[in-house]
Design a protein around this ligand. Sequence first.
Ligand code: G4P
Length: 522
Amino acid sequence: MAAVETEAARRRTFAIISHPDAGKTTLTEKFLLYAGAIGRAGAVQTRKTDRATTSDWLELEQQRGISVSSAVARFEHDSHVLNLLDTPGHRDFSEDTYRVLSGVDAAVMVLDAARGVEPQTEKLYAVCKARGTPVITFVNKMDRPTPEPLEILDDIERTLGLVGQPVTWPIKPEGQFQGVIDRRTARAFRFEAAGVRGGQMAQEDEADLTGSDSWVSEDVREEVELLDAIGADVDVDAFLAGTASPVFFGSALSNFGVRLLLDAIVELAPPPAARPTRDGGHRAIDEPFSGLVFKIQANLDPRHRDRMAFVRVCSGRFERGETLINHRTGRGTTAKYATAVFGRDRETVDEAYPGDVIGLINAMDLVAGDSLHAQGAPVVFPPLPTFTPEHFATAHPTDRNRTKQFRKGVDQLDEEGVVQVLRHPDLGDQAPIWAAVGRLQFEVATWRMEHEFGAPVRLEGTRFEVARATDEDGAKVLAGMRDVEVYRRSTGAPMALFRSRFVADRVAADNPELMLDTLVLS
Ligand code: G4P
């Protein structure tokens, strides 16, 4: 078992959380460049139109003509294996976006320096916070006009309740970005704006900050001294507890500050560790194999019509061909066709360790949230968190003769998290409500109903605007109220739908004992 511990200790499994346009794709590209996983940055920088339903990485492949995998990028840095999980649907939220965060041990939060914390970042951060996931912050686009760095840190603290602890500090006298200072070593790195657009690595010109010939202006040196004096240093315990975040400044596009960030992921982000189980215990990494299904994707690649379950290895060594038991059904799946790299190029994996992600092809009875384990070593992990939906529509089959296909499609899309399906106890399967975190999910679902399941649908607006997760006690109380209806998720869990936010807020204020949550945990 020693090999499992050694291999797990080398792994860092993380995701990038950000608002669209903050620079997630650019940073991903630069990570892969650094690691030598891709040859050079694409010279073609096509404007992103119409990017939505496919993975952002698939988009990166298509538009920039470079090859990266679409769901997990795996690369090495400093003798460590980094698994970077894509948070899909970057342009539009879906359940999947949140689910992916259940598969990571840390997150890199990318902010556009000029825009600060934006709504999508806020939502994704809320999931990290709920799970206690440590977050490293990268303040991007420092080459452009930005607020003062202290204002940026202030914004992070005010909006997210997260203390930003600057590891690097920007050198930006009179608004001119000249580089960053690594506060740990008091070394300055010079930013060279010229010649970086074509994907060349920027030279990080190191200099000793304390040297008499330092090019760093007196003002900036004083700022850094002040930070040192007030002890604004990285508190690793607070970072691991999810209450503080080490902050790096840079420019992904210019490839500046990226290496320091990568180093920090290796140094600071935690390796896979014992994972909490539903019964309140833990699964140690050196116990027999266990894994968590955090995402299901059908027809990932048009060339292979298939259905892939993405499994995060939580403990033990995974071996191809092994029988994995699904705790929910008690049935076994022989993992004959596990793959490591997704997208167009697939690679069969023979073994995987905690922190790795494997793709199980055509494992038909798996759904997101399932716990898998080796024979004789059962385990069940807590449910995946999601947010309450914000968009609602009633789905009707346009062809009455295709009810069977309609039901099958609806169930499948629900299972995959493309939409959440809510049913009224009195109406059952007749006119389920589709609920989504982002509106685009409806388009994807409608398209797939027609083209994949042969059951075209018509969507109709509902009178609901807001949903809150509740419990059985809550369901009883709410059932008698006006402007509220209690629907059921496929798990049976009650979901209260309100006419308006105003009604939801009023009901919550009048009934403080009611469970009305925005984060759905079952
Ligand atoms: P996203 O995946 O988070 O949506 O962001 P993406 O990396 O696609 O970046 C969004 C835009 O911001 C892109 O420009 C990109 O070139 C630019 N960008 C990223 N990092 C930096 C940076 O450090 N400095 C500056 N100045 N710009 C940066 P675009 O014109 O919208 O797209 P494109 O035509 O360049 O692809």
